[in-house]
Design a protein around this ligand. Structure first.
Ligand code: SF4
Ligand code: SF4
Length: 434
């Protein structure tokens, strides 16, 4: 069996372009995104929708809007397995009619004349989600930043999980667009300093490019070792930046600052500069069992099955499909899963790349507690979610501090899916807080 490290670095191809995936004849657009199980739907059965029309989330203060990725007819509402491993409702749209955005030239807007409120409105209306860790509505996150405080914008240009190449690809291919995306957030969120995190094994970002776009904020570039897992989580970034002692602006970095990735900034740029709704993702498709791995621009609502066809199908039988990285990603059981805004990568694994998955009872070895960067007791939280233990409410609330790093999974001799269960608990705790 291959080790995890061998698996991560087996695919060393550097991609220079994203392939536009075929447009799906039928799209299944999730109504359950950003941790909200069902977002208010604005369409009914039989409606005709335009490409880019808002179909959900129009009046939801906590969600970014969801748009029709293709023009067509609302044919049904169906339950599908979603990339977060849960079932959710999707709007089924059958392609028909003309495209409103595809193939049309977009006009650049003068966003510098817009005020903060207008920028937040555009980000929510165009459906921009912050994909740095758990997907959240970016406009809402920015509205909740502390008032009257100078913030830091942390831009992660590398991939948190080295088994995927999505953000590092976007950072290379769309550097100018990302720099402008960062400039938009600097204006919208009282940003005093920008941290550019990059893979220390690659070229540093072009600081001049960022400096020419960003006004009124200091910029530092910080190399990280992405193959060292956890080098790009919030906690690790904070301590790396503080250790550099780059001045008072950066020494004050905290959890409450704004952390974004390259994927999010590209969507910010497209939404604000060209008024483009978020209708497609850039996705890294990989794995030894797939004929033509690559980076694809994929419309939301496309089924994984269609994307596999686009990649020339399988050359060997696959045993698992992992969404968003092999370490902390989600393994799904079906190819009939629609792509949602949160999907950055899909990896198809062969049988020999899978460890023995059989779970046993917790033996209270303490490994998970010892390794947890948030100092939680994953074993106890897991027992609570399973209904095995009654736990103090204050302790249950601590699940909100989980960084979804999955280190607890990796050290658990009983092979318990701790991270996935704690993630469910975290979601419930955060929902209750709202
Ligand atoms: S995933 Fe596990 S190890 Fe990581 S922060 Fe959460 S509980 Fe701790
Ligand atoms: S690592 Fe696994 S077996 Fe050990 S205490 Fe944690 S949950 Fe239990």
């Amino acid at each position: 069996m291959k080790s995890a490290t061998e698996t991560f670095f087996a695919d060393k191809t550097v991609f220079s372009e994203a392939v536009n995936a075929y447009l799906p004849g039928t799209a299944y657009v999730s109504l359950a995104q950003e941790g909200i199980r069902k977002i208010d739907c604005a369409v009914t059965l039989g409606d005709r929708v335009e490409e880019g029309q808002i179909i959900a989330g129009k009046n939801n203060a906590h969600a970014a809007a969801i748009h029709a990725p293709i023009p067509g007819i609302i044919e049904n509402f169906v339950s599908c397995l979603m990339p977060d491993g849960k079932a959710g409702l999707a709007v089924k749209i059958r392609l028909s009619g003309a495209f409103s955005y595809l193939g049309k030239s977009a006009v650049k807007s003068d966003w510098k004349s817009l005020n903060k409120r207008q920028l937040y409105h555009i980000l929510a209306e165009k459906g921009v989600v912050n994909l740095f860790s758990r997907p959240v509505c970016l406009a809402e996150e920015m509205r909740e930043l502390k008032k009257n405080k100078d913030h830091i914008l942390i831009v992660r240009l590398n991939d948190e999980d080295s088994s995927q190449q999505t953000d590092s690809f976007i950072a290379r291919r769309y550097q100018t667009e990302i720099a402008e995306g960062a400039a938009i957030l600097v204006k919208a969120a009282d940003i005093a300093g920008v941290v550019l995190l990059y893979d220390k094994n690659r070229e540093p970002p072009d600081r001049e490019e960022f400096a020419s776009q960003i006004n009124g904020a200091e910029i530092i570039s910080v190399p990280v070792a992405p193959r060292q897992y956890l080098s790009s989580t919030v906690q690790a970034i904070i301590s790396t930046v503080r250790q550099r002692q780059a001045g008072p602006v950066f020494d004050a970095i905290a959890h409450t600052d704004l952390f974004v990735d390259a994927s999010t900034l590209l969507n910010v740029y497209r939404a604000v500069v060209f008024s483009l709704p978020v209708m497609e993702n850039i996705i890294h498709v990989s794995g030894s069992v797939i004929h033509k791995p690559g980076i694809f621009s994929v419309r939301n609502g496309t089924l994984v099955r269609n994307l596999v066809e686009e990649c020339g199908g399988f050359n060997k039988p696959y045993s698992a499909v992992v969404i968003n990285g092999v370490i902390a990603g989600m393994s799904i059981t079906t190819l009939d899963m629609p792509i949602t805004k949160q999907v950055k990568s899909i990896r198809f694994l062969h049988r020999w790349e899978l460890p023995d998955q059989s779970a046993q009872e917790c033996i209270r070895c303490g490994n998970c507690t010892a390794i947890c960067p948030s100092q939680l007791d994953p074993g106890i939280l897991f027992s609570y979610v399973c209904g095995i233990k009654i736990v103090d409410p204050a302790y249950i609330a601590s699940a909100a501090l989980c960084e979804d790093c999955a280190l607890c999974n990796t050290v658990c001799p009983s092979r318990l899916p701790l991270c996935q269960y704690i993630s469910l608990l975290k979601e419930a705790v955060l929902r209750e807080k709202k």
